[in-house]
Design a protein around this ligand. Structure first.
Ligand code: PLP
Length: 393
């Protein structure tokens, strides 16, 4: 047996997103890229802001001794200091450098959090549908996912979350703006969630963590910012990255920020710093830490995503698909005309449309479109979507 059974099983079940992306690559080679409408992968097509290239050009010739050396596992102190000042302004709390840990993307952030807080078999409640890597991350650290249904409009169902809490619950993991639905949770909902977790924490005699995964925080389309989660609940840990707001997913840079008054802060932080080391990340890439510290006020061009969202919605409207209009991120999650969403994804592929079945996000009966692609791909997909709709009306 060359590999462990668990990995073998995971390989066999391998992520639908990757499978569909690979199917898209095959189809492009066969039919020509311009004839394939690939909505499979959340890989930003809007370039990083110009300031990123300027900062990188400067850093590339910086010969300061030690710049590329080992550092504290939490990250470069001066970078964390800058980030703490930024977070203090953004979230109206007094963050210090000790409240932030630089990580290898949001994925790295989630892994150090889960490694630190989970005892074997403990549960994290996750509202469905969700970014399916959560399952793997939880399994990495001996945890269990406890899935709860969301409301019809993909908002949080607080009764379901409260009802799922038991003696094994370590916390709740939410993601706003959401992948795969594009939904942004309202401040009122998040406040109610915080109040409920306070009450349940008292009931069960332990502090329940709220892990808020926020890599899409800056990608929103309404006038309202994403709610300040730190003002909703004290035992909050934010996991995030610069993968989406600066279009840098390949550079693997993100961070964890904890509420300055979180319970048992010293131990929690020390645990996550150790987790960064023992999971083999050691520290986030040095040059990227230095770069993002200078780019905290920068964002990729959100207006481009806003336009793409409107184009995608216009295609769905015209082709006759129902959907919940996304308020953020760059995904939409319409109900599938076929109850078997995998069959629907296969049917879409016959029209050269690559989409991801909702089952891949624990949201069966739906499909996900990632519209972080070129405007032409979205616009030119209309006839294919129309044909698909006619076939399955
Ligand atoms: N969380 C969500 C909801 C995501 O969609 C993604 C990536 O697509 C991640 C975390 C991982 O982000 P990163 O690439 O920064 O590790």
């Amino acid at each position: 047996m060359p590999v462990a059974d668990k990995i073998k099983n995971s390989l066999e079940r391998s992520s639908w997103i990757r499978q569909m992306f690979e199917a898209g690559a095959r189809l492009r080679a066969e039919k020509g890229a311009e004839n394939v409408f690939d909505f499979s992968l959340g890989n930003p097509n809007v370039p990083p802001p110009e300031a990123f290239y300027q900062v990188m050009a400067r850093l590339a010739v910086d010969r300061t001794p030690g710049l590329h050396g080992y550092m504290p596992n939490a990250g470069i102190p001066a970078v964390r200091e800058k980030l703490a000042c930024f977070l203090s302004r953004e979230f109206a709390q007094s963050f210090t450098l000790d409240d932030v840990i630089m990580t290898v993307g949001a994925g790295g952030a989630l892994n150090i959090i889960l490694k630190t807080i989970l005892n074997p078999e403990e549960e994290i409640i996750v509202p469905m549908p969700y970014f399916v890597e959560y399952d793997v991350y939880l399994d990495n650290h001996g945890g269990k996912v406890c899935r709860v249904a969301s409301n019809q409009d993909f908002s949080l169902n607080l009764e379901n979350i409260a009802g799922a809490i038991n003696e094994k619950t370590a916390g709740v993991l939410i993601n706003t703006p959401n992948n795969p639905t594009g939904v942004v949770y309202s401040e009122a909902q998040l406040r109610a969630l915080g109040a409920m977790l306070e009450e349940q924490g008292r009931k069960w005699g332990r502090a329940l963590y709220l892990i808020s995964d926020e890599p899409y925080r800056d990608i929103i389309y309404g006038p309202q910012a994403v709610a300040n989660i730190f003002s909703c609940y004290q035992n909050t840990i934010v996991a995030t990255s610069f993968s989406k707001n600066l279009s840098l997913p390949g550079e693997r840079i993100g961070y964890v920020a904890v509420h300055p008054q979180i319970a048992d802060k010293k131990m929690l932080i020390a645990g996550m710093i150790m987790a960064n080391r023992v999971l083999g990340y050691v520290n986030a890439p040095a040059i990227m830490q230095l770069a993002v510290a200078e780019l905290l006020q920068e964002k990729t061009d959100i207006a481009q995503y806003s336009r793409k969202r409107d184009l995608m919605c216009a295609v769905l409207d015209e082709a006759g698909f129902a959907y919940t209009k996304p308020g953020g991120a760059f995904y939409v999650f319409p109900p599938s005309p076929l109850s078997d969403d995998v069959a629907f994804a296969k049917a879409a592929m016959e029209e050269n449309i690559i989409l991801v079945p909702g089952s891949g996000f624990m949201g069966p009966g739906h499909f996900r479109l990632a519209y972080c692609c070129s405007d032409e791909t979205i616009i030119n997909s209309l006839p294919a979507f129309k044909r698909l709709r006619v076939k399955y009306s």
